[in-house]
Ligand binder design. Sequence first.
Ligand SMILES: *[C@@H]1O[C@H](CO)[C@@H](O)[C@H](O)[C@H]1NC(C)=O
Ligand SMILES: *[C@@H]1O[C@H](CO)[C@@H](O)[C@H](O)[C@H]1NC(C)=O
Ligand SMILES: [Zn+2]
Length: 509
Amino acid sequence: MKVLLPLIALALSFPAFADPDVDIVDIEAAGVRPLRPLVDSERLQASISKNKLLGHAEKLLEFSKLSNNNRAFGSKGHNATVAYIKELLDATGFYDTHLETFVWPYSESNVSFSTEAKTYSTAPFTYGPGGDIEAPLVKVNNVGCTLEDFPQEVAGNVALILRGECEFGLKVAYAGAAGAAGAILYNNVNEGFGSGGTLAQPSRPEGPYVPVGGISGLEGKALMAALAEGQEVVGKIHATTFSEERYSSNVIATTKQGDKGNIIFAGAHSDSVPAGPGINDDGSGTISILEVALNLPRYRFKNAVRFGWWTAEEFGLVGSEYHVERLTDEQRQKIALYLNFDMLASPNSGYFVLDGDGSASGSPAPAGSDHIENVFLDWYEKRGLKTGQAAFSGSSDYDAFLNVGIPVGGVNTGASGVKTVEGAEWWGGEAGVAYDVCYHAICDTVDNLRVPIWEHNTKAAAHAIATYAKELPVGIPRERRASVASLLHDSMTYEERSHHACDHGVVTH
Ligand SMILES: *[C@@H]1O[C@H](CO)[C@@H](O)[C@H](O)[C@H]1NC(C)=O
Ligand SMILES: *[C@@H]1O[C@H](CO)[C@@H](O)[C@H](O)[C@H]1NC(C)=O
Ligand SMILES: [Zn+2]
């Protein structure tokens, strides 16, 4: 039986209902319609526990064991992650959830490169084809971003190309168009390409892809010098690749309560790279917003909250773009802002806040992004925690939202970038070492998580979500946004957009 009382009377006769610690489920079991307390940032933060975060992390690690220790999009491990998120949300009865399922080409490759003198540490590129090549290296002029940069002698040989200025995929396609048998990209800094990169699109109109690998800038320059002296250097490329069409899903969950004309949107990517289980990248962000979502049902709030867990982020921000591209103008107008959480528990972490006002990068994100940045900055400052700024470099799922004029923000703890001496003073950890040494690697397991920092960042996420769900401040503009066609800028290259090229956006000031 359901006892229906006027809400005022209910509040007066049961003042305990104003206490968020009262278990809503018990009240519902007693057959009384609960009056949820108004969302309160401090209370919501207090409900975040590191044991619960870790419990979910253990689950994700377990799922990765279903598919060769990874949760790459559409794999068994990834699908189990998606199902886990949806089941937990559905059990609350608090959300309208749905899966956005689509097909995308999956590819995974290994590559080795050697010369007579030396075997190189060689990074693979996603969507690079397989093959065995043994042919002289030929220097490509400039950076290989136009077909004219490729001399005739490239035909049948291995094109040696400097990184930079345009996407990897374009360079490799031009190498193919010029008749090269293979291509070696060398970095524009001394270091190597780490765990690799992506050609970002399964194919391109400019030409066919050829087997490709990436080597360090130092080694590339040495090879260039040898070629400049007129030496013949024969390179051997051995590339293997596995490709298939894969179906996978975004999970979208929207609170049933709240104003759906002013949606507070928070997102994280649910997939990992094929190289590892991705428990920090981005199991951490996935779980942080999941825990916030699971605690929200204790409250009432003014604005609807929507959560998105994106698939195939690691293959070029595919899931979030798929979602945003399909929003009608009406739906886009209703999203007040978007918050992104990608890597919140790096083992050698910093606290990076996305640079909404453009004070570090010089290019501000859509109006309102400055407000979001300040909400995060205040949270850290009040706790005596120093923050660095992260540029909107197009390396995570905020990008699609930013490009259609939606205010964006978020925090992260750093990826393959290297901690400075000052950073180590601020945040502990080791200077001269990457924020996450297990970035995109097999060791990105539960042991890779810096748990106390993760807990902080999850509370910061809870704070931002609670703050905006409760009330949209004037700092978040709500007048009608310009049409997408008038906003879309194509300055962002595929390389820049790819998560593999991440970290160039992290600066410490
Ligand atoms: C993963 O989920 C998709 C979408 O539901 C499904 O089509 C696909 O078969 C699943 N893959 C595996 C490996 O189970
Ligand atoms: C790449 O190498 C890994 C590790 O040896 C192996 O498990 C995987 O099957 C290889 N993939 C391809 C496409 O060669
Ligand atoms: Zn990520």
